[in-house]
Design a protein around this ligand. Structure first.
Ligand code: SAM
Length: 328
């Protein structure tokens, strides 16, 4: 086991405090309370610090507790429950990863996809359960009252996005003729355990996201996509090359490339520059410095620190789940 020094305890504590302040606060009172309780508790910090570094993510630790049925309640009760159930929590943490699949992100992707004429082969790397492959099957409401529905009529999946700047709010749906994905560990919407994990990844106090997940999974079941298991860098070239000449290949991803090391990101950037496809990236600031460098001078950051880019050029900042979009 790795030696646990003061630094590793402090870094777990700081990480949970930071997650409470920058992510949970205002979005999930329960996670805010629990993360602050963890940050202040040496014993639970010590348990978490003994995990491999990539498994110390607050989102993963918290989802594991919720998967196992931790009851809602005050921070002290949460800490007691975690100490008593740590072996089971560890087992879940070590065997799973954060694979949150958020259909709300498609509202952002749609602003760019809807500008592409003709048939599209949509290819998603890091697709999780594949729920972001169906932007044209969901209804989207921009700025509270501008609504775009699928051609078949309103969808049970509704996304909401507030925009700033001159965002190209879609007036039509793209013509998506094929949906393909690749993921290290594709989640199966027909597997009750995978669905339970996807629900555990949704933060407490967000019932509308739970409902939307179920509705999106039903759409996914009715119209299956093809998801390959494996590393995105190993599969992307073959997936793009398989697209017929008269169809436009679009490779998209959200909240994925941060999980790759620098060499993996550079390799993917190179493939996107070389392959015959459009590239729609929706990733945190600093994931691709090459893309960050295309943000107009004077606007280097935003409260919402995800960068939306098309073919390597930054177009917008957005909130991680796609509820806010600031066009550049
Ligand atoms: C946070 S989830 C995001 C899922 C989805 N893109 C969304 O926005 O809803 C990240 C996903 O990327 C996958 N992933 C991480 N590294 C990968 C890699 N090297 N190759 C393929 N998939 C990867 C994970 O398995 C996980 O499903």
């Amino acid at each position: 086991m790795r030696p646990l020094d003061e630094d590793s305890l402090l870094s777990v504590s700081a990480r949970f405090a930071d997650f409470a302040r920058t992510e949970a606060y205002g979005n999930s009172d329960q996670y805010d309370t629990w993360c602050r309780a963890v940050a202040a508790d040496r014993e639970v910090c010590r348990l978490i610090a003994a995990l491999p570094p990539q498994k110390q993510q607050p989102n993963l630790v918290l989802a594991a507790t919720r998967y196992l049925g931790v009851p809602a309640g005050p921070g002290e009760h949460f800490l007691t429950w975690v100490r008593e159930n740590w072996d089971a929590v560890t087992e879940q943490i070590l065997s799973r990863s954060t694979q949150t699949n958020e259909p709300g992100r498609t509202a952002v992707q749609l602003t760019l996809l809807a500008q592409i004429d003709g048939p599209i082969a949509l290819i998603e790397v890091g697709a999780s359960a594949g729920l972001c492959l169906y932007p044209d099957r969901y209804s989207h409401i921009y700025d509270g009252d501008v609504r775009v529905d699928p051609e078949r009529g309103p969808s049970p999946v509704v996304t909401r996005c507030e925009t700033r700047g001159d965002a190209p709010i879609p007036t039509r749906m793209p013509e998506i003729v094929s949906r393909t994905g690749v993921d290290l560990n594709p989640l199966d919407v027909n597997d009750p355990d995978d669905m339970r994990w996807l629900h555990a990844l949704i933060w407490p106090g967000q019932p509308e996201r739970d409902e939307r997940l179920d509705a999106a999974a039903a759409i996914r079941r009715a119209e299956p996509a093809h998801i390959v298991a494996g590393d995105l860098n190993e599969h992307i070239e073959a997936l793009v090359d398989a697209v017929p000449d008269d169809v436009t290949a679009v490779v998209q991803h959200t909240a994925v490339l941060a999980y790759l090391d620098q060499a993996g990101r550079d390799r993917f950037f190179g493939q996107m520059s070389r392959l015959n496809c459009h590239w729609l990236s929706f990733e945190g600031l600093h994931v691709f410095p090459q893309i960050d460098a295309t943000v107009p001078a004077g606007i280097r950051s935003d409260d919402d620190r995800f960068v939306v880019s098309f073919d390597g050029v930054a177009r917008a900042f957005a909130s991680p789940h796609g509820t806010r979009l600031r066009w550049l």
